[in-house]
Design a protein around this ligand. Structure first.
Ligand code: FMN
Length: 182
């Protein structure tokens, strides 16, 4: 194990035009950057132009870049939005587009939706188990009704700040521990 700083990717789970996930991801990163315990970066699925699993040639540059990016990170924070009581198709496809790269890492979830994105987050937890990703307990849940203006402008309630730090604390702790397993 080296003393290099941990790297944690903040993965934006939505890719649609007009999505709010970049606002939520930047807010998490701002809080994270004040901690000094890891190098945090935004990972935007949309940047990778991933083919739908099994439908491409397998040689797409974005697929290779995705594999390298997921592999290079020690842990993850998933920004999860609820679509039809689950995660987005884009996030599921991105998650399925790697396997070993995820193994023995830790992850936290920040979700949003009409009920805080809880149903989507719980679906993601089941998926992460299969990928041998240890998902931490503390889970900030943001409401479309009270943490967003007009469902589009992100104005988080102050109480979430502490929860984000609690989640990051656990992600950093487990990411550090799991380095010794890899
Ligand atoms: C296809 C679709 C399905 C949705 N289904 C749900 C849902 O089941 N529960 C919920 O709370 N919100 C649902 N929403 C609302 C989204 O959570 C909300 O639009 C959110 O801003 C989406 O995240 P994004 O802006 O990052 O794409 C749905 C939105 C879309 C586009």
């Amino acid at each position: 194990m080296t003393n290099e700083k941990l790297t944690i990717g903040i993965i934006l789970g939505s890719t649609r035009q007009g999505r709010v996930s970049p606002q939520v991801g930047e807010w998490v990163k701002e809080i994270a950057d004040t901690r000094g315990d890891a190098a945090y970066e935004i990972v935007d699925i949309a940047d990778f132009k991933l083919p739908f699993l099994g439908e491409g040639t397998g040689d797409e540059p974005g697929l290779k870049a995705w594999s390298e990016k997921i592999s290079s990170l020690d842990g993850y924070v998933f920004i999860v939005q609820e679509y039809n009581h689950s995660i987005t198709g884009a996030l599921k496809n991105a998650v399925d587009s790697a396997y070993k790269e995820w193994n023995n890492k830790a992850a936290g979830i920040v979700s949003y939706g009409s009920t805080g994105g809880a149903r989507a987050a719980e679906h993601l937890r089941g998926i992460l188990g299969e990928l041998q990703v240890a998902d931490v307990r503390t889970h900030p849940t943001l409401s479309l009704f009270t943490d967003f203006e007009n469902f589009s402008e992100f104005k988080p309630a102050e109480l979430h700040h502490e929860n984000v730090n609690g989640m990051l604390e656990q992600v950093v702790s487990w990411s550090t521990a799991l380095k010794s397993v890899r």
